[in-house]
Design a protein around this ligand. Sequence first.
Ligand code: SAH
Length: 387
Amino acid sequence: MESTVTVSPRGEERIRNGHFWVYRTDVASGQAAAGAVVRVVDRAGGFLARAFFSDKSQITLRVLTRHDVPVDRAFWRSRLEHARAFRSKIRIDANAYRLVHGEGDLMPSLIVDRYGDCLVVQALSQGSDRALPEFVELLAELERPKGILARNDPKVRLLEGLDQQVSVLYGHVPERVTVREGAIEYDVDLAKGQKTGAFLDQRENRLAAVQYVTGRTLDCFSYAGGFALQLASVAAEVTALDISEDATAMLARNAARNGLANVHARTTNVFDELRLLDRQGERFDAIVLDPPAFAKSKAAIPKALSGYKEINLRALKLLKPGGMLVTCSCSYHVNEATFAEVVFDAALDARAEVSVVEKRMQSRDHPVVLGMPETYYLKCFILRKLA
Ligand code: SAH
């Protein structure tokens, strides 16, 4: 029997305004099993939505549909088919991309990434965790992968009372797969790499950056070389910086695999290195800043903003006039306007005249939900230093 959950007028308003989440404080009454699909009603008993129920998280309800239809296998199959159709429509020039992006594909808290022949899934709430066996069956049927790996190790699962684990759910998953992005091939460690193995959300920004880069290039926070490898074909040389030795080792292997002799990876702290490069009087034609999310919570915002300002200020000083800056923030607590302000502040302090060439966001296979501004988490500005 389907359980019913009644929401407060504020919860009702959120749902009507296109938001997918209803917090515990906006639930008036009703209980259900962990991860069950529930019927959500207003205080008069009128149908509002069907949603995943969580008995642990502050996010009690995640809306699945605002139509009164059953959430069954056919429902999920159709959602997956829509997600797949969109990926083929946008003609992705890579065989590693996001197939399902949670709310952005109307499958809240479910992530599915394709890496060549393998799929990597993440269930980030009790609801998607409970439905995961069904998702795996459907994915195996529709996508015919060699294997499906669950990267259920993100910390957010703890907020749902779920454990953290990495396990093969279907077929065979090799430790490392080689994938293609544009003209570049790179290795991905599916079980241990960051996120589900790589930063797929930057794919289109990397390809866009290629249009503007020439000369001496610096890739800060390079990880396994997402930007550096793409830019090496148009730059005279690329210096890639990352604090993780594993990342720079992987980057060096990826550069060798692509025959790119002009990429140099250094294991170092970007904050220190930018200062050092400035003292040494080094100058660059292009710089990429792709730091990790500095603001992981609301409380961390002020410190995050000073971090963003610091690296942008240093980078703008290191750029030659006419040089290009690709600067990113993936903190969803820092919106586009705030990020733009920080970069502007940095330009003022660096006494740099800067023009905006492009304002970009996460790749199109990570859709932003119009009613949920926080799903626009990745901002990427391509700027030109005029003088
Ligand atoms: N640009 C990459 C993704 C970067 S993810 C791509 O396109 O694939 C952020 C990276 O920053 C991680 O690899 C992390 O190891 C690194 N990092 C975090 N703090 C750092 C610091 N202070 N100095 C240098 N690297 C840092």
